[in-house]
Structures are given as C-alpha cells and as structure tokens.
Design a binder for this molecule. Sequence first.
Ligand code: PMV
Length: 315
Amino acid sequence: MSFEPTVHSSTAPGKAILFGEHAVVHGQPAIAVPVTQVCAAVRVHPAADGERRFVSAATGLDLDLSDAGPDFWGAALVTALEAACGCVLGSFRLEIESSIPVAAGLGSGAAIAVAAVRALAARIGFEPDLETVSRIAYEVEKIHHGTPSGIDNTTVTWSQPVYFRRGSPVEFIRPAAAFEFVIGLTGIPSPTGRVVADVRAAHQADPVRFDRIFSQIGRLTKNARAAIENGDPAELGRLMDRNHDLLCEMTVSSGELDRLVKAAREAGAEGAKLSGGGRGGNMLALAVPGRAEILENALRSAGAAGTIRTIVEMP
Ligand code: PMV
C-alpha cells in the first residue's frame, strides 16, 4: 500500500490596474481587476524536521529560511503568518509555479504571496479571513516594492474588480456590461519600487505640479468607476487615453509603451494606456466587442512580447 503524504495547494490570479497607478500611492483612488487567465500555484509538501524551503524551478529559487536574510520575501511571509495564527508553522517545502510574467505589472509577487499564505495556513488548519490574507501579502509586497499602496494584494486576495483607496475599506465595482481588455506586454521588466521612488522624488521636487496630476487622475478614476457601473465603453476609453497622457506627464511611460498604446488606438481600441508601474511592464486597451483579436494582432505587429485577453464583468 502506498502512502501519499498530505500536500496543501492554492492558486491566485494575476491583476491589472485599469486606472490610478502611482496616484494611488499618494492617496488617490485606483481601479484594478483580477486577471484570471494567468495565475500562481503553490504546493506545500511535508519536509524533514527543521526544513522550511522555498522552491521555484522557473526562477531558480531554492532557499531554506535558515539561509535567508530578513529581506527574503518568504521570511516576511512566515513571520506575518505566524503572528496572525499565533503558532509556529513547523517544517515545509513550498513549491511555486506561475504563468504570471515577473516584473510585468501583473501582480506576480502578490499572487505568489496570497497562494502561499493560503496553502501554508491550510497545512496547519488555520483559516484566515480575507483581510488577514491580504494583510500578510502586503508585508511581502513591502519587501518587493518598498512602499506599495496595497492595491495588488487587495485585488488578488478578493479576486474582484476593486475601487481602492489607501487606508479606506475596499469597495467593489459592479460592471453593468462586459468589458474586454487586451493587455500588451512590452517584455521589458520594470521593478515597480524604483519607478515609485522616482515619482516620489519628482513629487518632492515639484509638489504643486505633481499634486495637480495626482488629483486629476483621482477625478478621472472616479468617473471611470461610473463609466464601468453605467456600462459606457466610449467614456471609459476616453478616460483611459486621458490617464495615459497624465502618466506620460509623470514620466513613467516609455517609447515601447507609447508605441503599443498608439498601435491599439489605431487598431480601433476605445482607449489605451500603460498599466502598473510603467517604464516597461504592460499596457492595456479596451476592445470594441468582437474586435479583441484585431487588437492583439496589432499589438504583436507593433512589437508586443505577448498579449492577454481578459473580460471584466459581474462576478
Ligand atoms: O507595477 P504594478 O502593477 O505592481 O503596479 C504598481 C502600481 C503602483 O501604483 C505604481 C504602485 C502601488 O503600490 O500602487
């Protein structure tokens, strides 16, 4: 008779920011949606006494906590999870697989953290509520990004379209229609923390100008929520274009992102903008119904390293 040791597993989706990136770090609202076409999967296996190992074949990660410094995200995760459950996790071997491109603005770090929290918690019979899962994933985000707003861990944990404002309870958006977005990947990794730090420095150097940009983005994010909840794609597309202009003013776009945004608009998108930290990573475009494939082809012809189609609709 063969004996199968108990393995605990969990998955979590990617995410895309529709409106308000960067401004959200400075107190403005932002809108983000789960991207379920890509996901992170975590499996927790029993391990020899004392072993607490994190393994990812794809990225070459193979690290035991005893050899890791406090700046390893896994250490932050274990510390926060043990504090939340009031217990010690014991030994484990945690394996990660993910189809979410890394440093592409698709929430790879948050998805791995959320899946890891759930799988490790299941192993010890702890059932954290969603706030607790998100709070622990936020501790991991701090290791990855320095001063994250919390929008990634929130969107990935709830896996619903969110209207997010730092320090306020999360609000959920109820789309009145189905909106299809095409995400275009530049293939250029862009560490969010660095771009956020650059924006912070620029804000300090010229607070009046940057506060004006942030509050304009905040206003159009509110209007975008209404456009989604009224089912108005033309207005939503117009607001995306405007948000992209303001992100350009913030200097977080790049030649590659601008080229993909232009290609999407020329191919008939309702609107297009960079998404996430910028300077690389990804952009997204709102497709006219039935024309998402045309958009994908246009983005690839303009140099996109990949495209992902995702539909935002009532959960
Ligand atoms: O690069 P991403 O998708 O992880 O998004 C970063 C979004 C920012 O607003 C730039 C930073 C943040 O923490 O909200």
